[in-house]
Design a protein around this ligand. Structure first.
Ligand SMILES: [Zn+2]
Ligand SMILES: [Zn+2]
Length: 386
């Protein structure tokens, strides 16, 4: 089969590799019909995520048709059309049973690497380094899906791939980031980053009843999309703190959401330290969010951080009694309710797509998306085209 393989910084290649096969009786094999490139794939592409190996198959946002199932798979049948969550979870452990799917105890065979760094390991993910399990990803014609009874959601309606594909990650990720803010009527939510996740944060916050959503970014095309989703927009080149203060009667937003993460722009200090490997992440946005948030407010962090960060105003967070919420998305928890929102016509996630390309053009697609060329907001790859 054809698959998108990682070979190093800014080096992805489409190669012919062996088809996946069932390794466990709870596995299914899915023939991929659509797969997307994610903002967090850019962290891999830019070489920020450790424990990648040459030839690793990328991709964690994908859907398709079940073509084979292991003996123990009961819920899925060959021919089912499914969307697969990016996190791999066993469904049976202490955490999965509590709905904390991204904290699964069993899915990461390389947990020891993460334990060394973080104390404990979270769930594994598709196509996202050996520290995260070393599972082959879904930017390919076929993929092996472990714990097939607990991850994939069946799509039985005639919704298009483009409308349901993002249940795999960015819609639940944006939704959870807004949901954890416990938004009350009349509240103001500020969102840093109008990339694909930020766009879903904005729309979710509005669905959850926010009175006003203020979106912050520097790319005009993304700000325009945010505005179309109901947000009031601010350019990150302006004095963001001052403008937020002004727009909230001097109090600050009730919730501040960092949908940017470890590659934020704006601070030379962090860019230099990150380049010199003295710091893993660039937390410019996180600092701004902690400072801007009103007293007693919530700072929610769907943007990915990977390691250690400098000069985080923890004193401000303490002094203001902030609540911090973060972490990988418990995707499985959101699949059914968010599919229902799509089926009810409350949201059509395909709005975020700017590019459709064949899988064979993945190297160009990574470049266009990472560099935001051609006003790119989201790329969907088709593995079955030419
Ligand atoms: Zn993703
Ligand atoms: Zn589990």
């Amino acid at each position: 089969m054809k698959a998108v393989c990682w070979y190093g910084k800014r080096d992805v290649r489409v190669e012919t590799v062996d088809d996946p096969s069932l390794l466990n009786e709870q596995d299914a094999i899915v023939r991929v019909t659509s797969t997307a490139i994610c903002g967090s794939d850019c962290h891999l592409y830019n070489g920020y995520i450790p424990t990648m190996e040459e030839g690793d198959i990328l991709g964690h946002e994908f859907m398709g048709e079940v073509v084979e199932t292991g003996k123990e798979v009961k819920r899925l049948r060959v021919g089912d059309r499914v969307v697969v969550p990016f996190t791999i979870s066993c469904g049976r452990c202490h955490y999965c049973q509590k709905g904390l799917w991204s904290c699964c105890e069993n899915s990461n065979p390389n947990a020891r690497i993460a334990e060394k760094m973080n104390g404990y390991s979270g769930a594994a993910a598709f196509g996202y380094s050996h520290m995260m399990g070393g599972y082959a990803g879904g930017q390919a014609q076929f993929v092996r899906v472990p714990y097939a009874d607990y991850g994939p959601i069946k799509i039985t309606s005639d919704l298009k791939d483009d409308q349901v594909l993002f249940l795999s990650d960015i819609f639940p990720t944006g939704y959870m980031a807004a949901e954890v803010c416990d938004i009350k009527p009349g509240q103001v939510v500020a969102v840093w980053g109008c990339g694909p996740v930020g766009q879903f944060v904005i729309r979710s916050a509005i669905l959850l009843g926010a009175e006003k959503v203020i979106a912050i970014d520097r790319e005009p095309v993304r700000l325009k999309m945010a505005e179309a989703g109901g947000a009031t927009v601010i350019s990150s080149d302006d004095d963001v703190h001052e403008m937020l203060n002004h727009m909230t009667a001097g109090r600050g937003p009730d919730a501040c959401i960092d949908a940017v993460g470890l590659e934020s722009h704006g601070s030379t200090y962090d860019a230099v330290k990150q380049t010199l490997k003295l710091e893993n992440d660039r937390p410019y946005v996180l600092r701004q969010a902690l400072r801007a948030c009103r007293k007693g407010g919530v700072v929610s962090i769907p943007g990915v951080y990977g390691g250690f960060i400098d000069k985080v105003p923890f004193g401000a967070a303490f002094a203001k009694g902030l609540t911090l919420k973060m972490g990988q998305t418990h995707v499985q928890r959101y699949l059914a309710p968010l599919l229902q929102l799509i089926e009810d016509g409350k949201i059509d996630p395909s709005f975020v797509i700017s590019h459709h390309m064949p899988l064979r053009e993945a190297p160009a697609a990574y470049d266009i998306f990472t560099e935001k060329k051609e006003d790119c907001t989201k790329v969907v790859l088709n593995p079955n085209e030419g």
